[in-house]
Design a protein around this ligand. Structure first.
Ligand code: NAD
Length: 361
């Protein structure tokens, strides 16, 4: 396992993205988003995505240097198109607009369609929360074969459709940040396990015949007919939420659903429905702060079943990973690192230069 400091990775990834065609500001923004995902423990949404992004730039299903386009401004309802630009840039640009609008009107609902992979959705909720706002995000995915089977099914019909909710913290408590795939695992976690030669936990995957398996290879088959599926989290209830994200993001988001016509596009396109709320438009901020403090104290005082595993609030695991990885560095498995270096060579960043950037950071 390699271990790199975040600054070193930011420098390599930023340079690689510039060589792939991004303007410096965009390259820095995407690189920061990816490295920040690694820092928070989500390697599935970190720098390991670079080979896919380079592939999608080269097959022209992703367009660097493309910003957010406002399609319709209806006041508290806004529609945007991402023009297949980098989701990390377009998503952040949209959140800046929504934060401004929610402060003005108390709330805003926004539909974002046709954006390349938005990455770690929690990044956008963190922007709202930092501005003292609540945000809710439903996301679906088109452009590649489905990954997650419906409850009682065995072949994929959905992607891992994330749902994310951020609520600001208080003086005493960190923000609540729920950010989760509705498939039992994000497909990137299967990719990371495959690269490390590890199995996934039992009950996560089925093979193409619907039989339980722990082998992540079923998600990356050499023969498409052998593709397995991830199961939804939480049995039928998780399946219902997965389906809800598909409807809210794909239909209301305006970009379309996991329709077989899009499966062959060899890309990853996100659509997202976002609601941003200024809590002060609904409740007294001082009362809200007291109520959140009381609730979090009460919840976390529940005696842990295992003394080594205290009760956490959503967002804590990411904060703990951030602290540990800032101190110890970010682990990157050799297969993932090699894939990134190969992608670099493809766009004109030789391995020797990548090594020098890493060393000089
Ligand atoms: P996960 O299972 O690691 O965490 C899910 C949530 O559970 C997080 O909010 C985390 O803080 C919380 N959590 C974890 N352990 C906890 C505990 N003990 N107590 C309280 N809360 C706890 O995340 P995941 O489902 O694997 O998703 C990973 C990432 O993948 C997310 O950032 C998501 O946005 C991203 N994703 C993106 C896409 C896309 O198309 N852009 C698709 C799927 C997933």
């Amino acid at each position: 396992m390699h271990k790199f400091q975040d600054v070193a990775l930011r420098r390599v990834i930023r340079t690689l993205l510039e060589r792939a065609g991004s303007e410096p500001a965009e390259a820095a923004q995407v690189s920061d988003h990816l490295v920040d995902a690694n820092l928070r423990g989500h390697d599935s949404h970190g720098i390991g995505l670079i080979p896919h992004y380079v592939h999608n730039i080269e097959n022209r299903t992703m367009c660097p240097n493309t910003g957010l386009t406002l399609v319709r401004d209806g006041g508290a309802v806004m529609q945007f198109d991402g023009g297949f630009g980098f989701g990390q840039r377009v998503g952040a640009e949209m959140m800046e607009r929504l934060i401004e609008r929610a402060r003005e009107l108390g709330t805003v609902v926004a539909a974002l369609r046709n954006v390349h992979h938005l990455g770690r959705i929690g990044t956008y909720a963190e922007m709202a929360v930092a501005a003292g706002l609540v945000s809710i995000h439903f996301v679906n995915v088109t452009g590649h074969p489905p990954l997650v089977a419906p409850y009682r099914g065995s072949h994929g019909r959905f992607a891992t459709n994330p749902i994310c909710i951020g609520v600001p913290g208080t003086e005493r408590h960190e923000p609540f940040l729920l950010d989760m795939a509705t498939g039992l695992v994000a497909v990137g976690k299967a990719r990371v396990a495959l690269n490390k030669g590890e199995a996934l936990p039992p009950g996560t995957l089925v093979d193409a015949r619907g039989q339980p398996t722990t082998d992540p290879k079923v998600m990356f088959p050499d023969d498409e007919a052998e593709r397995g599926a991830i199961l939804p989290f939480g049995l039928h209830k998780g399946y219902c939420l997965l389906f809800a994200a598909e409807l809210l993001a794909g239909v209301l988001g305006g970009g379309g659903t996991s329709n077989p016509e899009t499966h062959g596009l060899d890309t990853i396109c996100n659509h997202m429905l976002t609601v941003v709320i200024d809590p002060a438009s609904l409740v007294d901020p001082e009362w809200m702060e007291r109520e959140i403090d009381t609730l979090v104290d009460y919840v976390t005082s529940s005696p842990p079943a295992n003394p080594d595993e205290p009760v956490l609030i959503p967002g804590d695991p990411e904060r703990m990973a951030l602290e540990a990885r800032m101190a110890d560095g970010i682990p990157v498995d050799p297969v993932t690192w090699d894939g990134i270096l190969d992608a670099g060579e493809q766009v004109g960043l030789p391995r020797s230069e990548a090594a020098a950037l890493l060393a000089n950071a």
